[in-house]
Design a protein around this ligand. Structure first.
Ligand code: PRP
Length: 212
């Protein structure tokens, strides 16, 4: 069995469609309901739906052989895994945003609200800028509005959340997309299966790029 951790949610649906088109289908996964594990014995695949930010943990610890995680999660948690392929979906970016009229005062410690403390710390230490991290778990955009922070470091996809809250992007930190990742031990012992899945998925990436 090849154990595959998929990110639950909108991105996960797109990711599973790629696996299905690549010949690693598991029809039971289309059943509505609350089940989280699905397998297709004939194809030798078992899928789990997990929280997107947890995929890397399942893969790092070997509960899943492979999985799909956003580059944001990989840069934030730096899991000890192999990154095999850019699936070129789930594209967005990590950015610094603030109120439209924000002016940075370099003499003062910058208050940064974020879910991505490691990414924010790395970015600002590269700039030599002193910051105070305010770690939040969601709705980060509220922080500068309520003067809890000066800026936020967060994911921007369409930009509409920022716009509707009168914020704007000041700096782009890095682009994000979904990546196929593998457990290091599995990559050794299930190498043929993993390489085969990666090759087939690379074919799907190629097909999708021609469509768009
Ligand atoms: C993410 C991110 C932004 C929003 C950006 O939030 O944190 O809030 O999406 O998308 P947009 O640019 O298309 O508006 P998510 O939906 O993951 O919820 P969260 O508030 O719990 O972080």
């Amino acid at each position: 069995m090849l154990n595959i951790a998929l990110p639950k949610g909108r991105l996960g649906e797109k990711v599973y469609a790629m696996f299905e088109n690549a010949g690693l289908e598991c029809p039971a996964i289309h059943d509505p309901g609350r089940k989280l594990i699905f397998e297709n014995e004939e194809k030798g695949v078992r899928y789990f739906w997990v929280k997107p930010s947890d995929v890397a943990i399942y893969v790092e610890r070997g509960a899943a052989d492979i999985g799909v995680a956003g580059k944001d999660i990989l840069l934030e948690y730096e899991p000890d895994i192999y990154e095999l392929l850019d699936l070129d979906i789930g594209k967005c970016r990590m950015a610094v945003a603030a109120k439209n009229d924000f002016r940075d005062n370099p003499q003062k410690t910058l208050r940064v609200a974020t879910k991505f403390a490691n990414c924010a710390r790395n970015y600002y230490s590269g700039l030599g800028r002193e910051i105070d991290i305010i770690h939040l778990n969601g709705s980060i955009e509220i922080a500068p509005i309520l003067d809890l922070s000066d800026v936020i470091v967060d994911i921007v996809e369409t930009g509409s959340t920022l716009k509707e809250n009168n914020l704007r992007v000041f700096e782009e930190i890095f682009p994000i997309s979904a990546r196929l990742i593998a457990n290091k031990t599995s990559f050794k012992f299930k190498n043929d299966r993993i390489e085969d899945a990666a090759r087939k998925l690379a074919g799907e990436v190629e097909k999708n790029s021609k469509k768009s």
